[in-house]
Ligand binder design. Sequence first.
Ligand code: 9MR
Length: 505
Amino acid sequence: MKSALIFILLGFCFTQYVTVQAQNPIGLKVSASLRGLLLGAAVVVKYLQPNIDQGQYNSNVVKNYQLIVPGYELKPEHIWLDENVYNFSDADWLLGATPNTTGWVQQNGMQLRGHTLVWAYDMRIPRWLLDREASITPEKAKTLLRNYIYTVVGRYRGKIQWWDVINELISNYNNTRPFYIANSFWYRKLGIDYVKYAYIFAHEADPDAKLYYNDFGIQQGGFKADRVFDLIDWLKSENVPIHGVGIQWHIKVSETVTPGDAHYQTAQRFIDRNLDLMVTELDISIPMVDSHPVDPNDIQRQGLAYRSILDYVLYFAPRTPALLTWGFTDRYSWIPAATNYTQGEALPLDANYQPKPAYWQMQDDLARVLLNGIYRLSPKSQPSTCLGIAGNSTRSAVQLYTGACNQTNQQWNLMWLGDGTYRFSPQSVDSSALNAYNVTASTGTVRIYEWIGSFDQEWVISCQGNATYRIGPRNAWQRVLAVDQTSNIVIMNSTRDERQQWIIH
Ligand code: 9MR
């Protein structure tokens, strides 16, 4: 029985072997928020209107996400109609037109990611600007860029927490320009320095906004990613304000992601440069024929792929504040048309808004990672020890024991609380529960305390992708249960050290 249980538990952690059954779709955002993760999706503003698909588009956004990115409505091609002429109607509907007014975003408790101030391709630069190219001096071009960024970022100052300042700058082809950037109006007028100017202007317009560089095809490292690293190193050496990188993640179902692989290494390289990292445009395409998957098993594989990317995001917390998919329902996705209908069904909800395995896998990964039962908890750094309590009182201290851990004070009754958190009660004093103290102090402590259902007694468990788990207090998600250098049990900031990884067995 016990070994069967362990097998199941390891299965939950080694995602390749898991098939998750349909459950109650509690909504992804509840469980994501407990982990401090913002789950988001690209939306089309006009579909948020209540009459579209009987309100299903709108209600599914509200139920599952805390963050949206307008797929089109904040781009220069949509907003910038002429010099000093702007179309803010959609953006105002989302955010409110003036500092004191709100829009759909605030009214629904959402946050918004701005995409994008500059898209480096001529195809995405307003036509009127290209038409006047011959008569625009470099100085005038710089003024135009400044005015645009000041106007757009300034209008929504304090309402847009993250901006893609530059999107898709690095060309996929060799060329003679610095960092192999794409040719564009801005490059022809201002050279590579326009990139610097864009970040500086955005920072001046909203000093609190986090400024991102966003691109595709860089998640696994390689030539293009190396050029992005070069670009970032240059920007940093010039003291340009850049805070994060958006990796788009438009991938095929055949791309697998496992801890330690090139995807993880690439993420670490960004984080080593003191940048935040977001998955900004995830979709996972399935090969299609006649509007059906070529291989029906791909729908399950896609679920596991979604889960593995969520694992990767959770692994790098708190440097990974958000994961966004590019759309959320197969009803509206750019993939079929962009691939001549050879790829499709790339998102977590199907064309009728029904959850797919991708949805269940994410919900399962975010919410319920372990079954109720009696467990031992061993830190990975000291696997032959286990967590136990030092006395029989309901307020006993917690410490590590060495040995087989067969005593009831060395085993924990793990209970799912139904909302993404768990209670840990020592078997010997089952009326009490593991309780965190001073969770926000530099070092918090733990002991057991009578179970009263307070947030200090509720714990979020995340799989670390290698059969170990991170255990964090509900009310301080960026902090974790850990063993310190002198083997005390403490609460500290997450570093992913082995002292913070728990084998739950
Ligand atoms: O999905 C977007 C589509 O509606 C727009 O017409 C198009 C051009 O603005 O952009 C699409 O979104 C792209 C995103 O802005 C950047 N990465 C690739 C996305 C898919 O093409």
